[in-house]
Design a protein around this ligand. Structure first.
Ligand code: NDP
Length: 408
């Protein structure tokens, strides 16, 4: 039982806030704080329950965060803002003395590069302070890592091959839109691919490797090998893994737009100078803009996609290895999530739903003391069983297939 502070008021935070409010048996007091307070107020209005507090905060500013924490006194801060804020929020948690949870690993603003080293460097400080940091508690990373932990605990002596497969077979009826923050999404997809094989990282050109994979209830979809953050911790925590890869589906329409965006320089993350007309018409002012941030401002807002979104997501893990009987086995564990059902429950589409629900469950695990130990942890380092039970209860039921053709 405890006090939770949600930072951010985007699609993921909206879903998490709805779910946290539904779990009032463990979350006694709730606050939503973000850069734009009116968005927090709108979430509270949509939830329609009294007593949820809101606040304005700049999560890049540690003293401002600490002042807010002193006022609200959270036991746990859920960072559902952007990966840029991970370190400032972790710093503030340490300074105030509360625990931390996020869904995406730290990324510096000026470099499209993500890895866990920056956050793993906080291990000793969280340990000494007796505080918990839960890293990557969305769907991928998050549930995919917990699926792997569950497979290792219940089905395999040795996981040897792991393929995480992420299909969005939904249709939002827009020519081009991203399903979560466009800046973060486009940075992720346009960087080089990376996978783990025989003890080392293998780099590919962006979207170089792809193949048709068949998703349950959906059918075959062209799936592209991407670098994804959970692979980094999973190959350390499961050293028997010989090869680990991550695949995501993209339609031709999406890829065509992405190619144009790149070719015309709109995916650039460096600053360019732009002549902005002065309001009085007397000339121009030189302003600096980042093309990708400008693009975000003109693209559809991922939070507005839900109303017309049809179809499902299907995300899971395809695993091959030595089973507990000493023989080779394959295993496929997955969840399918309907965009429409997500929208009806929370007003958000399936990608925000599949991220916000696990974040709430992770927070629930912490509040119940089931995932509470001093230090900084990736989610596969906790007991997967109580989390897996909650997935079934909180809207993301999972399914298992044994000894099937994994296609990989
Ligand atoms: P959005 O862009 O919709 O929301 C981000 C929110 O953070 C906005 O409300 C924004 O404020 C707020 N914010 C940004 N900067 C600051 C700041 N300096 N101080 C305070 N608030 C700030 O993103 P999503 O909801 O789509 O994604 C949220 C997170 O979830 C991201 O980190 C994303 O990478 C992660 N994610 C993880 C997935 C997973 O499966 N693990 C999948 C999808 C997303 P404002 O409203 O004013 O712009």
């Amino acid at each position: 039982m405890g006090r939770v502070l949600i930072i951010g008021a985007g699609g993921v935070a909206t879903v998490a806030a709805h779910k946290v409010a539904q779990n009032s048996d463990v979350f006694t007091d709730i606050m939503i704080a973000s850069r734009t307070k009116s968005k927090c107020d709108a979430i509270v209005k949509a939830i329609g329950k009294p007593g949820i507090r809101t606040a304005q905060v700049d999560a890049d500013n540690v003293p401002e965060l600490v002042a807010l924490f002193k006022d609200f006194r959270p036991d746990l801060v859920m960072n559902l803002a952007l990966p840029y804020q991970d370190l400032t929020i972790m710093d503030a948690c340490l300074e105030y003395g509360c625990s931390y949870l996020d869904t995406a690993n730290y990324e510096p603003k000026d470099e499209a590069h993500f890895e866990y080293s920056w956050q793993w460097a906080y291990r000793e400080r969280f340990e000494k302070a007796g505080l918990t940091a839960i890293l990557g508690c969305g769907f991928d990373p998050g549930v995919t890592s917990i699926f792997t932990a569950y497979a290792a605990k219940h089905h395999f002596k040795e996981i040897q091959y792991l393929d995480i497969v992420d299909c969005n077979a939904g249709d939002h009826h827009k020519a081009f839109a991203t399903n979560f923050n466009p800046e973060i999404n486009i940075r992720e997809i346009t960087q080089k691919g990376l996978y783990w094989e025989d003890g080392k990282w293998v780099e590919t050109e962006p979207l170089e490797i792809h193949k048709d994979l068949t998703y349950p209830g959906i059918g075959p979809r062209d799936s592209y090998l991407l670098h994804h953050e959970e692979i980094e911790s999973l190959v350390i925590n499961y050293p028997t893994i010989r090869r680990a890869r991550f695949w995501m589906t993209f339609g031709q329409q999406y890829l065509k737009h992405l190619e144009v965006i790149q070719n015309i320089g709109m995916s650039r993350i460096d600053e360019i100078e732009y002549d902005a007309p002065l309001a009085d018409g007397s000339g121009v002012a030189k302003v600096k803009i980042v093309p990708l941030q400008f693009l975000k401002a003109v693209l559809p807002n991922p939070q507005d996609l839900g109303a017309n979104y049809e179809g499902e997501t299907s995300i899971g893990c395809r695993i091959r290895g030595i089973g507990q009987d000493g023989k080779e086995h394959t295993y496929y564990i997955y969840n399918n999530c309907s965009h429409q059902a997500a929208y009806e429950e929370t007003g958000m589409q399936g990608v925000s739903y599949t991220t916000g629900v696990p974040a709430c469950i992770g927070a629930r695990m912490f509040m119940l003391g089931l995932w509470k130990k001093p230090g900084v942890f990736n989610v596969e380092e906790f007991d997967p069983d109580p989390f897996m039970d909650e997935l079934n209860k909180q809207g993301l039921p999972w399914h298992e297939l044994h000894d099937v053709d994994l296609e990989l």
